[in-house]
Unconditional design. Sequence first.
Length: 256
Amino acid sequence: MSLALAVVVSGFLLPPALQAPAAGLAAAARAPVPPIMSGTMSHHQKGVVITGGAGGVGFGYADEFVRQGHWVVICDVKDPAGAVEAIRAKHAGGLGRIYGTVCDVSDAASVEQLAEFSKESLGTVHYWINNAGINGGRKPFTTLSVGTIEAVVKVNLIGVLVCTKVALALMQGQKGVESHIFNTVGSGVKGGGTPGYAVYGATKRGLPQLTESLVKELTDGVPGPGNEVARPLGKVNVHTLSPGMVFTDLLLNDST
């Protein structure tokens, strides 16, 4: 198993009832994919969306999924064309496919465009990995500009909220498909101090709460009159994903 896949498999922080989907993701990435002769995925293949996929851990995820024959969309705030071409060249002749598009995850319209692009490119989205993030640099909180604080919160927290909302709408509309959303956590997720990364830690601390709330909503609904929702066509599960400490640009150069 490659390092990239090992990070994915070991990183799930799931409630006991949701342990099986984690194993399913690992198995899907490992399973050999039979040849296909059409322009659509076979039932053995998975469609994967990865935000912040032009470098770092996101690039590693994409590389591994394509290597195993699955179809992937990566996005980044910068043009991901170089990353797309690198993965295509590395796995030329294989069954996997990769597509890329520019997306600012903190902008709702941009995320909606990502969902449309993903639907057009993949047909079906089985896994949506919210991986994009910034940390604002290792600095005392008192020295940060308000613009830096705003940027970190917009990408790491608002971006995940927006992406999760848009992904849910897409996935719940996929009749008969069970799909999964993964929200990437990091330093600060368990509480405690993150000196130099106070804002980053605060954004990551909120993601388990979001995930646990959605697990309960999607399973049991929201009590109270007027909160009834129609039964979705597709089932969606939500998880947190913890890759641990990985030496990427996010850690070394303060950006994804």
